[in-house]
Design a protein around this ligand. Structure first.
Ligand code: BG6
Length: 477
């Protein structure tokens, strides 16, 4: 179903995100007929280009990061225009105003450094480019601590209502992340058991094989805690732990997520392991310190921690979260480990078994439920665990195995005016309020991350974190 005709202005239109994600995502939506041919995409940046330059830029981007067919690509490029605009000066704004068409959905994508969010919001307003229905889209990082996030929220709120602000966490746009809600709230099977009475613990792993690449300068000031834990893993935790919202509507969902974040206990230092990757195994990749060009950097590229949610549903059930770069495999997975049956009628000899629900977010999207059955054969009543396994690609056909990029869903939601998959200001602030004391603690103690080998599962200390609790991480693969 096509969305309404729209004008989308991409500030930072020649930047890396536009190239890798925004333009390819819009092209894909155009190709399937969701983006109407009379929509207009206007790249805006400080450098002086014309529309033809921008079309060439977009074409190269789409060919590199998306699969393109010639006919639809040419028609898509026709929707593109470009204006030279100074985000913090007055140049170019009149030209931008001329290009915008009345009576359409209008959105401004701030794909720029957060330091410019306030300037842009102000100018969009002052130059009369926005009305009550105009939307603005902002990217992470949304601040680097509570204070800076509050300042950003305030700067945006001075010019736009919260209902107009779309804060992106691209994990929420991932098909399988949305599926977490479908699995939990679309089935009767799981929800009655989804609490500390039946769940022993939950593990959330987001493992990457890539290193910091060319983003060393940004990353070394952020680290895994700010880059991944405060946002992406926190969102996964919320979706796994939240109460059922009354309906699938933006504030109902975000209210429940906020309650989870606010119920998180502070994390003591001995429940956290920080790591930093060393040199490549066999592929000549640089170590973390080489990649960020600081031989003494103490920024973490890996973090594992044990979190507790102090509410009726979850008191007593630990949540183990970990994420890291240059690990052995790319794998985002959630494991819900159920408790043992309270009593074994088959005697101890049969062995004790517990159910495990594994939700694979990427790659190889699917779910596996480990169930206990009788070991075949005449030898008596012995038990064995077998997987009840479903890969979405097999169950649903190619659509299930090759989900659209998160940005495709999110940008279309902006045009449709649906904020459910975007973070609300108070949510972001609450997440920083939980993160800040952890980071402050490291800084006060001069904490140094544990080294780990590239291509490994991370520092050995992270295994100890679970071993102390008589538990173990479920494999990254
Ligand atoms: C980004 C982080 O938000 O997410 C990156 O800044 C990280 O460091 C990326 O690599 C991971 O996203 P994905 O979609 O590849 O899992």
């Amino acid at each position: 179903i096509p969305v309404d005709p729209f004008d989308l202005v991409i500030f930072g239109g020649t930047g890396d995100l536009a190239r890798r994600k925004i333009l390819p995502a819009l092209y894909q939506r155009f190709r399937v007929g969701q983006m109407p041919p009379d929509a207009r995409l206007i790249g805006a940046a400080r450098s002086s280009h014309d529309a033809a330059d921008y079309r060439a830029f977009a074409e190269a981007a789409i060919r590199e990061f998306s699969d393109a067919d010639r006919g639809s690509l040419a028609a898509f490029l026709d929707t593109l225009d470009y204006v030279t605009v100074d985000a913090s000066g007055e140049t170019g704004w009149a030209g931008l105003a001329e290009r915008l068409q009345p009576g359409r959905v209008r959105a401004f994508y701030f794909s720029v450094a957060p330091g410019l969010f306030g300037d842009l919001a102000e100018r969009v307003r002052l130059h009369g480019l926005a009305d009550a229905d105009t939307r603005i889209v902002v990217e992470k990082p949304f601040g680097r601590d509570l204070g800076s996030a509050r300042a950003l929220n305030k700067a945006l709120a001075a010019h736009f209502d919260e209902s107009q602000i779309y804060r992106i966490d691209h994990y929420l746009g991932k098909e399988t992340v949305q599926n977490l809600m479908a699995i939990r709230f679309g089935n009767m099977l799981f929800e009655p058991l989804w609490n500390s009475q039946y769940v022993d613990h939950i593990q959330i792993t987001v493992a990457e094989t890539v290193g910091v690449g060319g983003r060393g300068e940004y990353y070394d000031r952020a680290g895994a805690m700010r880059d991944m834990m405060q946002n992406h893993l926190m969102q996964l935790l919320c979706l796994i732990a939240m109460e059922p919202p009354a309906k699938f509507d933006p504030d109902a969902v975000r209210d429940e997520k906020l309650k989870v974040i606010r119920a998180l206990d502070p994390v003591p230092p001995h429940h956290i392991v920080r790591g930093q990757y060393g040199a490549g195994d066999s592929d000549n990749q640089p170590s973390y310190r080489e990649a960020v060009d600081d031989p003494r950097s103490t920024t973490e590229s890996y973090i594992a921690l044990k979190a507790h949610i102090s509410n009726w549903r979850w008191a007593g059930t630990p949540f183990y979260l970990r994420t890291g770069k240059r690990l052995v495999a790319r794998s985002s997975v959630i494991n819900v480990a159920f408790k043992d049956a309270p009593h074994s009628i088959f005697g101890e000899e049969a062995g004790r078994h517990a159910n495990l629900l594994t939700i694979r977010l990427q790659p190889n999207e699917g779910i596996t439920l480990r169930v206990t059955i009788k070991e075949p054969g005449p030898g008596g009543m012995r038990l064995v665990d077998v997987p009840l396994d479903m890969t979405f690609a097999e169950a649903l056909g190619p659509e299930g195995g090759d989900p659209p990029d998160a940005y495709e869903r999110l940008i279309m939601d902006v045009i449709r005016g649906n904020q459910t998959l975007f973070m609300r200001g108070d949510e972001v602030e609450a997440a920083w309020a939980w993160t800040d004391p952890i980071i402050a603690g490291w800084e006060a103690r001069g904490d140094v991350p544990k080294p780990y080998d590239s291509g490994s599962v991370g520092p050995a200390e992270a295994d100890q974190l679970l071993k102390r609790d008589q538990r173990q991480w479920r494999g990254i693969n």
